[in-house]
Ligand binder design. Sequence first.
Ligand SMILES: *Cc1c(COP(=O)(O)O)cnc(C)c1O
Length: 372
Amino acid sequence: MVVDYESIRHNARLLREKLAPGVRMMACVKAYAYGHGTVETARALLDEGIEELCVATVEEGCFLRASGIHAPILVLGAFPLEAADALVEHDLMATVFAASHVAALARAGRAQGIYPKVHLKVDTGMTRLGVRSEEELLDIAQMCIAQGLIIAGVYTHFAFADEALDASFTDCQLATFQRTVSRLRASGIEPGVVHAANSAGILRGPSYHLDMVRPGIALYGYHPAPQWGQAVALRPALSVFARIVRIAEVPAGTSVGYGCAHICTRASRIATLPIGYADGIPRAAGRGAQVRVGEFAAPIVGRVCMDQLMIDVTGSAARVGDVAQVYGADTGRAGSLQATADVLETISYELLCRLSPRVPRVVAQRQDEAGI
Ligand SMILES: *Cc1c(COP(=O)(O)O)cnc(C)c1O
């Protein structure tokens, strides 16, 4: 895998241009920074002036701290109560929406002589995490203040921002959120940093940006809704390559892989790549996904194995030792990560996050300079 951190920085600059002055950016580096490497990605983004980071789990936050990252970090998931001490000790901001969260953090804060910082979460339509009403938010906020927690922010998450051009559901979520935050203010409680927008919310326009935005996928170069078209010149940062380790010249009727799921309908050249589902390539990728060997688009054939997969290179000049591009950064072409996501009816996010740490990572300034 080749990761071009300069592309990530470029994407951060592009997104920044869309923000009004003073709007903060909190970069989403959960799930190994969507497969790109947590620490390298975080450092590149902090260098670029990103103010804050967010992750999904307490462990991901602790890992960033252990790697010497001092920026503010929000844990987006519901934390296990027994992780309250670790949250406070590592100066991680927790997402809070239940009395049990407040009690656990308050206890940990008292034990360590620290006022823990939290972000309150409001569920405005995702039905995933958060308080469900203005009254509930007010109750939790008052509990926080009474028990010595600092309300650093209040946020919500858009359910529909990446699906449709129609903005009505998202607008309804935003209105509910703003009403809920106003109620808090009217009760004399300062909400801190107010935020809602994921990548899709950022690209939809400034009315969704509020005090801070939380981009994930766009930083890595993918449009959250590719069907919108490339309204913004994002650069995918990651490519995956594998070298052909064997080519078999086989007659028509030869079966390929487990379950003999593919039968060659003609005399074929079947090449083997040393990358499989343990590396993150979906097992079902043989149902239509392609890789590229030079300019040749080669279909994956049969079931992807744990450590290997087979491609059909009949009619190409492919040889053992040639490099196949398994996931390309060149969106729009056969063999690009986006094309494979489309064929497999999934999204770029899933293919990126599935990439296993087993895949060796090469850092490139530019992909064509990676020596591959
Ligand atoms: C993952 C996540 C994001 C980033 O979403 P993208 O669609 O990748 O921009 C933002 N906020 C929350 C709460 C998330 O879980």
